[in-house]
Structures are given as structure tokens and as C-alpha cells.
Design a protein around this ligand. Sequence first.
Ligand SMILES: *Cc1c(COP(=O)(O)O)cnc(C)c1O
Length: 370
Amino acid sequence: MKNPWEVRPEVASFASYEAGISIEEIAQKYGLSKVVKLASNENPFGISPKVQAVLQDKIGESFRYPAAKNPRLVQAIAQYYGKKYSHIKPEQIFIGNGSDELIDLLFRVRIDPAVQNAVAFKPCFGLYETQAQFHGCALRQAPLRDDFSFDVDALLELVDENTALVLITNPDNPSGRLMPKEDMIRLAKSLPSACLLVIDEAYIEFAEADLSLLSDLPKYPNVAIMRTFSKVYGLAGLRIGYAILPEELAEYLWRVRLPFSLNYLAQEAAITALFDDDFRKKTIEHVEKSRTLIMQTLKDFGCEVIPSASNFIMFKPPKDAILVHQKLLEKGYIIRSLKAYGLAKYLRVNVGLDDENTGFLHTLQSILES
Ligand SMILES: *Cc1c(COP(=O)(O)O)cnc(C)c1O
């Protein structure tokens, strides 16, 4: 290095994760008083009243450091799952500042970039690509089929004895598709035993049946399940994600994680949210009902619609998607353009409140008819 500001080549060429556009940005740009954001798969009901009350109650304690390694939240998660799956032990639970931190740490603890590689589908969640790049890790990607279903054999072909991570999102983002359980089992069983299969289940609560391998995890010692408080629990702004994974790996992750990466208020909110069954049920019911309606209406408008098991829907409008996206923005509807995923003809919209969904659909209809 010649200069004090020089960085590693992976940093110099780094392309940051493209986050959704903000409401303020669009309101200001187009002089709108009301902007609806249906772009980041957030919970339309916002934060649950119970969680809000707890945050207000606990705010005065924020001058203290949180307990390192978040023991209260680990116990709460173990207790929550223990009711259903007696095999899940607290020692298998690892918590981070959003699943984002978990993804980042998995690359850092598992991958020696000179030797190991990672495997994912293409397109995949943007963070798998950014964090692989940051760590200098080769990410091998198998294309999804044309209908966005998962070609497990194509994925397996990319795996070799140096593959340390295979990353799957189920239901997938951005397509919303669900991998059939038998495919997931086949994948888990076919991977070399030293390869960790990471199943990112950020949206699993919205899938109609419980298709997670969590129910018989002891049969699959090479599987890590990742979940988040950002979607069904409505806490995206507080940044809480967790994983259930091999005990030995959890121990290493706790060892290297920054001691206070999950803040005190986030931990208290998560404990309350986990046992707030009413809010979770209300959210899931609303998503299931609205998803059916939005999918059907989009089809009636002549859009190609990918079947979704999630809280968002990916579709291809019968007009130029980039233009449709732009016109929606001008009318105060922020949805997601999938250009950054290499899918310039597609858009992704998440379920909002009833009036937001109808407002979006009416606006889209007027754009498609103009
Ligand atoms: C939203 C999302 C997450 C959640 O990330 P957090 O960091 O927990 O907010 C994880 N994976 C995928 C694929 C997502 O879409």
C-alpha cells in the first residue's frame, strides 16, 4: 500500500447493498403529502401495542449495557420453541443485530477465502453477495429455473469439498417461492457433512404449512436455520435476528460477536414480541387474505404473478417495469424494482393495510391503462 487511505481490493470494488427508497425522499421529490411504502416487506400493522408499552416502560434502563450474550432472549427463544420441539437446546441459539449480522458472521467464521467457497442460487438475497464479496469469498451461483423454482441438482453441481456454506432463502426473496420439503431434505442429505446448509427463514411464518426442517433438526446436523424479528414481529428498525444451529458453531459465533451488538431495548422488545401470539396471528391472517387478493387482481390486470408463500408478491407487469415503477413513485407508491437482482422486467410489492393495497392496485391499474 502506498497511501494511508488505501483499503483491501474487496473494499475498493465493493458495491453496497441497495436498500429500499425512503418515504421522506419520495414525499420531498414529488411534493406529496402522503406516500405509501410497500417495498421492504415490513409489517403493515407496525409495532405491536404490547411491545410499544414495554419499550416505553424500559427506556429508563437504557443507560446500562445490555447483558453480554443476551441470556434472557436466548432463554425466551428456547422456551418458545421448547413448547413445540423438545430437541432444541439453548446452546444452539445465536442472536445478532438482525439476520444481516448473522450472515456476515457466518462468512467470517466459516470461510478462509484462500480455500473455501460458498454456494447460493441466482438471484438471491443481496446480502449473500455483498458479504461474500467483502470477505473475498468466491460465491458460486446456480440459476433458478425460469419459473423461479429451485433447481437443487444445479446447486449441488457447484458444491465441492471446499464449500463451507450453502445459503437458501425459504420462502425465497424476491420470488416468494417455497422450496418443497422433500427437496430441502434431499439437499441437506446430499451435501458433504462438513458443509453448512443455511436456511434463511425470514418469511417462514407466512408459509401456509410448516415446511421448516426445524421440526426434525437432529436428523440434519449440518443445517442452520435463521429467523428474524423484522417481518412478522414488526421490529425491523430494532434489528434482531437469530439462528438455531450446531451447538459448537453457536459457541464460536458467541465468542467472536461484538459483546453488545444487540441493544438493551431491542432485547426487551423481542422477548415480549415472541409471546405476543395475538399480534403474530393477526399479521399472518391479514397477509394470507391480502396476498390472495393482490395476486388475483394482478393476474386480472394481465401481470405474470409468481406464486408467493410470503408477505410480498413478485410480478411482471404487461408494460415496461421500470416505467411502471417510476410512475408509481410519482403517485406516492414505493414498491421494489428488481433491477438490482438482474430482473429488470419484474417488480415486488409487499402486503400493506387494506386501503394501501387497494390504493396501490387502483394506481397500478390507471398506469397500465394509460
Ligand atoms: C428481510 C430479510 C431478512 C431479515 O434481515 P434482518 O437483518 O433480520 O432485518 C433476512 N433474509 C432475507 C432474505 C430477508 O428478506
